[in-house]
Design a protein around this ligand. Structure first.
Ligand SMILES: Nc1ncnc2c1ncn2[C@@H]1O[C@H](COP(=O)(O)OP(=O)(O)OP(=O)(O)O)[C@@H](O)[C@H]1O
Ligand SMILES: [Mg+2]
Length: 340
């Protein structure tokens, strides 16, 4: 009996440790690994400069950057549509140029440009797209994708007759036809209405729950704030920041405490000069900006000082900077502010 219990304990601890190991492996081994990647177009334009980036399996990674930063170029190289100048891209451990067919079949790409003014029906396009990757027909999968994208009712419609937003959703459906493990969404919600945008976010999350890795670019920073696990910022062909979204927001996000005063002040009293304060709204509102990373925010000191000076307030509220504000400052300073 005792031996049985001991054996059981050994088995449980062995199983736990191997499970932990498997989890670590899944977490650590990147699904995409980009090493020293550079690209100079035939025009001589240096679009990407020594990019090093790992994408983790099962994450939603948002690649943010201004127009012309190199996002589409990077995606096109990963998908094997544009040849890299130098460097290497590994997809699930395989080189994407020497193993193009195998690596490409793991990928679904929703391109930025709408280039599908075809006379084929939605359903025919989906089935054709799945066949292109050598997958057997699967009407249940196709129906599920079309229903998820609110396109089921339009399945017999010719794509050329769809609206712009519907065409973009067809592009997403097409990219999912062959059940890829990795999905690239290059500005997927440009031109999509608010309701469809939200339902697309839901769909992307469900894909992630099923283990699909998602890389998206967007100029709607709220989209990245809502969806992404990690954020990468690229500008002028260089990646300046790669960080967990929550860490990025905590590290660089500023918090503000806004106090609406009982009586207006003509200026900030000298006794408060050590606090980062701004007087607005004709002296009626005092705004205190503080660092979210610091242990002591200084709020209680400030409130004590205000009390001492007899400055009363009738309302106070705090707010945190959005990812959009952080992004703008990152692109302006090219990531310098993230360094400790
Ligand atoms: N085929 C090409 N030949 C020459 N230059 C190109 C080519 N394609 C892109 N470029 C240039 O490379 C740079 C990066 O373009 P890219 O399309 O990758 O930017 P992006 O970050 O996707 O921008 P956007 O947000 O506008 O989509 C731009 O300056 C662009 O003009
Ligand atoms: Mg682009």
């Amino acid at each position: 009996m005792l031996l049985k219990i001991v054996n059981m304990k050994v088995w449980v601890s062995y199983t736990l440790s191997s499970l932990r190991q498997t989890y670590e492996e899944v977490r650590v081994v990147p699904i995409i690994s980009i090493r020293n990647l550079s690209k100079t177009y035939a025009s001589g334009f240096h679009a990407l400069k020594n990019i090093n980036l790992d994408i983790r399996q099962g994450e939603i990674f948002a690649l943010l950057g201004p127009n012309g930063a190199g996002k589409t170029t990077l995606i096109s190289i990963i998908c094997g549509l544009v040849t890299p100048g130098e460097g290497q891209v590994l997809i699930d451990g395989e080189d994407n140029s020497s193993n193009f067919r195998a690596t490409r079949s793991l990928i679904g790409l929703v391109p930025q440009e709408l280039a599908i003014a075809t006379f084929e029906s939605v359903l025919a396009t989906m089935n054709f797209s799945r066949g292109l990757f050598g997958k057997a027909p699967d009407s249940i999968h196709i129906e599920k994708v079309l229903r998820d994208l609110s396109l089921w009712d339009k399945r017999h419609e010719r794509i050329v007759n769809l609206s712009g937003g519907m065409k973009r959703r067809v592009l997403i459906a097409k990219a999912l036809a062959h059940e890829p493990k990795i999905l690239f969404l290059d500005e997927p919600t440009a031109g999509i209405d608010v309701e469809q945008r939200h339902s697309m976010w839901g769909m992307v999350r469900r894909l992630r729950e099923n283990g699909v890795t998602i890389i998206l670019t967007t100029h709607y920073i709220d989209e990245a704030e809502e969806m992404a696990d990690r954020i990468g910022v690229i500008s002028e062909g260089e990646i300046s920041v790669v960080e967990e979204k929550t860490v990025l927001m905590n590290k660089l996000g500023k918090k503000q405490l806004t106090l609406t005063l009982q009586a207006p002040l003509s200026s900030i009293p000298d006794e408060l000069s050590t606090f980062s304060l701004e007087l607005t709204d004709q002296g009626n509102v005092l705004v205190y900006t503080f660092d979210t990373q610091k242990e002591n925010t200084g709020i209680s000191d400030l409130l004590r000082q205000l009390d001492k000076l007899g400055i009363d307030f009738k309302d106070l509220h705090s707010s945190q900077s959005s990812l959009e504000e952080i992004f703008v400052s990152l692109v302006r300073d090219k990531g310098a502010s993230l360094k400790p």
